[in-house]
Design a protein around this ligand. Structure first.
Ligand code: CAA
Length: 255
């Protein structure tokens, strides 16, 4: 089979959830690797985007932003179309958009279930389908799905979130099989507890108990996740696909 030679290095990326804490660190890391980036943020964040962009540009990073509720199929497709139009060809897609609606299962409402499944898992389907076929035709692509340690081990109060994050890796593995012969790698990164507004919302006494279980004794910094994402997005990482890379301080280990 003949294949289009891959680009010397990935040139462009779309980062969903790119305006969030981990997403911002991913934008910075990919920008440092020389990529042109479009971040997709939630419309509710609109007011803080100018300050966010200014903060990045102070360190020489220029990231374009599109706003959309990626849980909605049409909004996601439209935002991806706008992002693709800015970049022409898309080499990298990082699916980092996600929310939590934690509650014990007996208290979890269908709305909490649906909100998390649609924002965290449906969105990956909607956004990936906008670029995957084109990546296959071009013979190059890097897709990284940001899941969670809790999708691997489960978590009290997170039936919805753990199901969505485990589902993400099922999608990753299946897509990895479909993309392999086209030079498109698809991987999951599963962060543990990272210092972000999402973990800051956990009750302090609950968070303290969780951190006490982390062998490395602390939460991760967003940059520690971004570093692994950038590694997977490099052209040289061509032989890693369908993998689930844990970045969890030892909170969950598997053979
Ligand atoms: N194991 C066993 N029991 C637990 C427990 C645990 N880990 N956590 C809470 N409980 C018990 C409490 O002891 C209490 O029991 P009693 O009623 O017998 O006293 C009961 O659960 C309290 O439950 P409630 O329904 O009254 O709810 P709550 O207001 O206390 O909150 C919760 C429950 C929302 C699940 C809360 O415990 C919590 O926030 N847990 C942390 C969930 C979590 O880790 N979220 C991660 C968010 S960040 C993220 O998701 C990023 C990522 O990828 C890691």
């Amino acid at each position: 089979m003949t294949q289009t030679p891959p680009p010397a290095a990935p040139r462009t990326a779309i980062v969903t959830g790119g305006t969030g804490a981990i997403g911002s660190a991913i934008c910075r890391a990919l920008a440092a690797a020389g990529l042109e980036i479009v971040a997709i943020g939630h419309p509710a964040e609109g007011a803080r985007i100018p300050a966010w962009r200014q903060d990045l540009s102070a360190s020489g990073v220029d990231v374009a932003v599109e706003l959309a509720d990626l849980a909605d199929a049409e909004a996601a497709a439209a935002a991806m179309q706008r992002a693709c139009a800015r970049l022409k060809a898309v080499d990298v897609l990082v699916n980092a958009a996600g929310i939590t609606r934690d509650a014990r299962f007996v208290k979890m409402t269908p709305e909490q279930w649906r909100a998390v499944l649609s924002s965290n898992l449906d969105s990956v389907f909607f956004c990936t389908r906008a670029v995957f076929a084109d990546m296959c035709v071009r013979g190059f692509g890097r897709i990284v799905n940001i899941a969670s340690v809790n999708g691997q081990k489960g978590q009290f109060g997170q039936a919805n979130y753990a199901a969505a994050k485990a589902g993400m890796h099922g999608l990753t593995m299946s897509l990895a099989l479909e993309g392999a012969r086209h030079g498109v790698t698809v991987n999951t990164v599963s962060p543990g507890y990272v210092r972000t507004p999402m973990t800051a919302a956990i009750k302090p006494e609950v968070l303290q108990r969780i951190v006490a279980q982390i062998p490395l004794g602390r939460m991760a910094e967003p940059e520690e996740i971004a570093r692994v994402v950038a590694f997977l997005c490099a052209r040289e990482s061509a032989y890693i696909t369908g993998a689930n890379l844990p970045v969890n301080g030892g909170l969950y280990m598997s053979a």
